[in-house]
Design a protein around this ligand. Structure first.
Ligand code: DOR
Ligand code: ZN
Length: 440
């Protein structure tokens, strides 16, 4: 058979484990997986010494378009993604305007068409006004589902009260992504940072109780409404204990920054550059996140790529915005944890490919298997580099991980059979297509 592309000689992460096999592609699909040296194709990619992983899916990015293109846009954000080995993203609704109507969603899809380097889907933001329409709109092509902000952050999206949350949860069927911070408690405690200027206070204001209260509340409401939820960027030890007991209705995400940075050092070294909601917390919270990762109860890693410019971040805390970029550094940072023996490569694959595809029911992605989309993140586990600004493609132009030497880098990003990134160069910047989802 004539194949278009052959990935030859690599260690390939199949559903049954890592195998020395060759992978052949016809058009946009995986067409055959075979014994090394048997298959041939027009284009051959030499993967000797490399690991061929299923494409990394980052289900939590903020690409800021429309309305805040000075921080990022769909083009710059998606180029950062593919340079970081990410093959698909789900983008959040807190843009300007927020993605809270069918028109706003269609506008994002129209903007994405022909301008994104990776595959994509967009979240709808839940509000008091659109609750009754979400059930219909969440079925639209290119929609990743519904996102609820229980605590305010960048933008104006916020749903606080239980009655409204229940209405949103009762309408629709797909898993709902939730930012869990209790807005009432945040408001009550804002005096702690009033004209304060000291970002160390961020984790005191947005404390562990703020997250725990919201997660407890949404779990109860989700159970009453019989709706599955996905808790984003879990950051506390107590939430882990709670989520462990609610795996039947709730999946959850952790981020590389919460697994890598810790308080109070991050605030001392990085100041507002490490300010994010929910905050980077003390080591014992991070230890609980790692225990959960290695127990296999975490469902996915998301970068929560939330770029702001350095000028914005230079404002005095707490007027400085929360959020840090991360779509390009997710893979290298986590592979560095693999190199250090904190994480197995099979857990990495579960958290970045299989998990995201399963929890959002993304069609034909997440596995290297015949018939699936030919998406691959090819990594060199031994390659080292220091994260610096010359490598970063995000318009915001910085990373909290600058200066860190990472071990393990993506060397090739393949999306539906196209070699989109190779050795740090974007070869195909406009290849992105909307993700498809299985029926809920
Ligand atoms: O720190 C954050 N920044 N948390 C969020 O939930 C939103 C994000 C942003 O969009 O800047
Ligand atoms: Zn976010």
């Amino acid at each position: 058979m004539a194949f278009d592309l052959l990935i030859r000689g690599g260690k390939v992460w199949l559903p049954e484990g890592a195998r020395n096999v060759d992978v052949a592609v016809i058009e946009d699909r995986i067409a055959a997986i075979g014994t090394p040296g048997v298959l041939s194709a027009e284009t051959v990619l030499d993967a000797r010494g490399l690991h061929v992983l299923p494409g990394v899916i980052d289900t939590h990015v903020h690409f800021r378009e429309p309305g805040m293109e000075h921080k990022e846009d769909l083009g710059t954000g998606s180029r950062a993604a593919v340079l970081g080995g990410v093959t698909a993203v789900c983008e959040m609704p807190n843009t300007r305007p927020a993605t809270t109507t069918a028109e706003a969603l269609m506008d994002k899809l129209a903007r994405a068409h022909g301008r994104m380097a990776c595959d994509y889907a967009f979240f709808l933001g839940a509000t008091a006004d659109n609750a009754d329409d979400l059930a219909m709109w969440e079925q639209m092509a290119g929609c990743a589902g519904v996102k609820i902000f229980m605590g305010g952050s960048t933008g104006t999206l916020l749903v606080e009260d239980n009655a409204m949350l229940s209405r949103i949860l009762s309408a629709g069927r797909r898993r709902v992504a939730v930012h869990c911070e209790d807005e009432t408690r945040l408001r009550e405690r804002s005096f702690l940072v009033h004209e304060n200027g000291v970002p160390t206070r961020h984790e005191l204001w947005h404390d562990a109780e703020t997250a725990f209260l919201a997660t407890t509340r949404i779990l109860k409401l989700a159970r009453n409404s019989k709706r599955n939820i996905h808790v984003l960027h879990v950051s506390t030890k107590r939430e882990i204990s709670l989520l462990r007991k609610n795996r039947d209705i709730a999946t959850f995400e952790v981020t590389p920054q919460h697994l890598t940075l810790s308080a109070p050092q991050c605030y001392k070294c990085l100041g507002t550059l490490s300010q994010v909601n929910p905050p980077i917390r003390k080591k014992y919270h991070q230890d609980a996140l790692w225990t959960a990762v290695n127990e296999g109860i975490v469902d996915c890693l998301g970068s929560d790529h939330a770029p702001h410019t350095l000028a914005e971040k230079a404002k005095l805390y707490p007027t400085s915005p929360s959020g840090i970029p991360g779509v390009q550094t997710l893979v290298p940072i986590m592979l560095t944890h693999v190199a250090a023996g904190r994480l197995s490569l099979s857990t990495f694959v579960a958290l970045t490919s299989t998990g995201p595809a399963r929890l959002y029911a993304i069609a034909a992605k997440g596995y290297i298997a015949v018939g699936f989309d030919a998406d691959f993140t090819i990594v060199d586990l031994k390659a080292r580099r220091t994260i610096d600004r010359s490598w970063l493609a995000s318009r915001c132009g910085w990373s909290p991980f600058e200066g860190m030497t990472v071990t393990g880098l993506p060397v090739c990003t393949i999306i539906r059979g196209h070699i989109v990134m190779r050795d740090g160069c974007v070869l195909t910047p406009y290849n992105g297509r909307p993700l498809r989802f299985q029926e809920a």
